[in-house]
Design a protein around this ligand. Structure first.
Ligand code: ATR
Length: 276
């Protein structure tokens, strides 16, 4: 039997990643033979490591913080989502030796919201907290869902305004500072800041949730994040972290690589059971 096809996730740091476990479960479920590992790769070593990985028979890579922008530069060919977000989380080696790049974070988020959580985005008011790479990766797919409005709010207001201007051709989007919030309430509040990674909560007023609102933290952890707790305390209909998005973006990467879409529900269930 030939050796299993090789895949990996590159990041720095990489210790916390659940991706090898998720892809092992997808492989078992679909009967695909693959070997998926995690490698700590610094930004300086990134390009050499990618080229070596593919030269040595690797078939596909996921790239996570802080390598997504570098992955965008390396790709010879990019999906529309990747092109406009200027960040790539999935690389695939094509048969002619070129490298294809996609960003599956946005579709992962949308699938989790719509399919797993049953939320509609059409005509909804969306507040996106943060104006860094995590926000950039999801704005295009969010606007494609037809929300009545997307407001980006950031600690540094200018960054939110600039990001909104970059995407305003795709739909109704504006930017402001976190301290400008309070005059309007939203159906969906997405936390795409990196605050949860350091156990912090962005400074938020209490009156920004409409009845039946959903709070969603793109970060995830063993314990509820400060933002998930905030949503619960403020009476959100649901307040969840990004474990579902993590599994959905992985499923989309798996589809790009193997042409098969795994069933995500049992994998999300398993990860949720593990942290109970
Ligand atoms: P990522 O790629 O994870 O988005 P990033 O590009 O460094 O990381 O962006 C981090 C985002 O989280 C920024 O929007 C940052 O706000 P600033 O632009 O004002 O720095 C936001 N952020 C980080 N910690 C925060 C905190 N404690 N409260 C509010 N916003 C925070």
């Amino acid at each position: 039997m030939p050796p299993a096809d090789r895949y990996a996730v590159f990041g720095h740091p990489i210790g916390h990643t659940r991706s090898p476990c998720i892809h092992a479960l997808f492989a078992e479920q679909t009967g695909e033979r693959l070997n998926y590992t995690a490698q700590d790769v610094t930004p300086d070593a990134f390009e050499t490591s990618v080229r070596e990985f593919f030269a040595n028979g690797g078939k596909g890579l996921n790239c996570t913080v802080p390598l997504k922008e570098l992955a965008w530069k390396i790709a010879d060919l990019r999906s529309e989502d990747a092109e406009r977000s200027k960040a790539i989380n999935t690389l695939a080696l094509c048969q002619d030796g070129t490298i294809y790049g996609d960003n599956t974070d946005g579709i992962g988020l949308i699938r989790d919201l719509k399919i797993n959580l049953g939320r509609t985005l059409e005509s909804r008011r969306v507040l996106l907290l943060g104006a860094g790479g995590a926000s950039r990766g999801i704005i295009g797919p969010l606007l494609e869902q037809g929300p009545s409005r997307v407001m980006i709010a950031n600690r540094t207001p200018e960054k939110a305004v600039r990001l909104a201007e970059e995407f305003c051709g795709l739909g109704p989007i504006t930017g402001c500072g976190l301290s400008d919030l309070g005059a309007e309430a939203f159906d969906l509040v997405l936390n795409a800041t990196s605050a949860s990674l350091t156990g912090e909560l962005p400074k938020l007023p209490g009156n920004i949730l409409r009845t039946g609102a959903c709070c969603y933290d793109l970060a995830y952890g063993v314990e509820p994040t400060p933002f998930v707790r905030w949503g619960q305390e403020m009476g959100a209909d649901i307040s969840v972290d990004g474990i579902g998005m993590l599994v959905e973006q992985a499923a989309e990467a798996f589809f790009i690589w193997r042409g098969i879409r795994p069933d995500t529900a049992p994998v999300i269930d398993l990860l949720n059971r593990e942290r109970r």
